[in-house]
Design a protein around this ligand. Structure first.
Ligand SMILES: Cc1ncc(COP(=O)(O)O)c(C=O)c1O
Length: 372
């Protein structure tokens, strides 16, 4: 079945005789011991979680998936798999929350962290030696670098390391890392999977049953479980993922091309542009679509770049990404991203009319004196 069909029907569900056409939201915190699904207690089991997990496992071609209370709860569960004192290799431009947790765990003596440019094959090959886990992001945050996942899988296998891929920015519509050799795929479902900025949730898909069991046990013992409503909202969002992304990626391609070379725009980071350093790889790895995240470097100091972000009328000046409404944010405002250029603004392209999105950016550029 095609992916557009799978996002709508992948969860499947057994109706209870009502004729309902959408999956049920089950809020029960405990279950009768005689139930055939052997569900016991709401911190361990929930039928709505199960449907979401089944749908994500299907889309990612995984053995199974585990839902968590947030993307970061999923990240923490995966990092808990690393043996004490081992080495974790991750991207220098990985998501700030993941990077900060890695560094916190390193300072607590839990493991050693090697942050590298994961698009540099030689650096990856060198760093992988002796590593227990390699952590890649399908699209780096916020510079939208694209590591070679198949190569990452090869290097990980040779090193005996687990390959984890955070697929939040690409979603299974653009890329399925397990099919390229990854062991685990992490999603912040708070982003594209939910797609409406109304939930916080994480999901991790696993290649095999052993990893799945260890993650499930971690969730139960750490109480890192999702809310039932959030899981249901994620299931609802998932059903429109393909159509949302079709619009969002087409608009992003249009906006990136329009912004490249615009007055005051020093650089546009978008893998769909031929000048992107990994454009060719992105083309094959993402099956011709390049995602809906763009970063632009404006010729502005911090204060004026903040004024640009605040001057937009359709784009909202807010953190996060992946929703139907377009968001933008100056990334160096965050301590973890203070090394980035002061004028670097990350755009999460929503489903609005792309001409309106462009006009709004133009009037904001005019308002800060970049376009006259
Ligand atoms: C790439 C990526 N991974 C993980 C996370 C963490 O997800 P959550 O906010 O759902 O905890 C985020 C959040 O921004 C993210 O962008």
């Amino acid at each position: 079945m095609g992916i557009a069909t799978r996002v709508v029907h992948g969860a499947g569900f057994e109706d209870l005789g009502s004729g309902a056409v959408v999956p049920p939201l089950v809020v029960s915190a405990t279950f009768d011991h005689s139930n055939p699904g052997r569900m016991v207690y709401g911190r361990e089991h929930n039928p709505t979680w199960t449907l979401l997990e089944r749908a994500i496992a299907d889309l990612e071609d995984g053995h199974g998936a585990v839902a968590f209370g947030s993307g970061m709860a999923g990240v923490a569960a995966v990092l808990a798999l690393v043996p004490k004192g081992a080495k974790v290799v991750a991207a220098r431009d990985s998501y700030t929350g993941t990077r900060e947790l890695l560094l916190q765990m390193e300072s607590a003596g839990r493991f050693e962290v090697d942050l590298i440019d994961t698009t540099d094959q030689d650096a990856l090959g060198r760093a992988a030696a002796g590593a227990a886990m390699i952590w890649l992001e399908t699209l780096g945050n916020p510079l939208l670098s694209v590591p070679d996942l198949a190569r990452g899988a090869l290097v990980s296998r040779q090193a005996g390391a687990l390959l984890v891929v955070d697929n939040t920015f690409a979603t299974p519509i653009l890329c399925r890392p397990l099919t390229l050799g990854a062991d685990l795929v992490v999603h912040s479902a708070s982003k594209y999977i939910g797609g409406h900025d109304d939930l916080i949730l994480g999901v991790v898909a696993a290649r095999d049953g052993d990893l799945l069991r260890r993650l499930t046990d971690h969730r139960t013992s750490h109480g890192a479980c999702p809310g039932q409503l959030e899981a249901w909202l994620a299931l609802r969002g998932l059903r429109t993922l393909d159509v949302r992304l079709a619009r969002q990626t087409a608009s992003a391609q249009f906006l990136a091309a329009a912004l490249a070379g615009a007055p005051g725009v020093l650089r546009v980071h978008y893998p769909g542009l031929s000048e992107h350093p990994q454009h060719g790889l992105a083309q094959s790895q993402f099956q011709g679509r390049f995602g809906a995240m763009i970063s632009i470097e404006l010729d502005l100091a911090a204060e004026l770049a903040e004024r640009f972000c605040a001057a937009t009328r359709i784009w909202t000046n807010a953190t996060s990404l992946g929703s139907v409404e377009s968001l933008l944010e100056r990334r160096a405002r965050w301590p973890g991203d203070a090394h980035l250029p002061a004028g670097l603004v990350r755009l999460s392209v929503g489903v609005e009319d792309p001409d309106d999105l462009l006009s709004d950016l133009r009037q904001a550029l005019v308002s800060v004196g970049l376009v006259v």
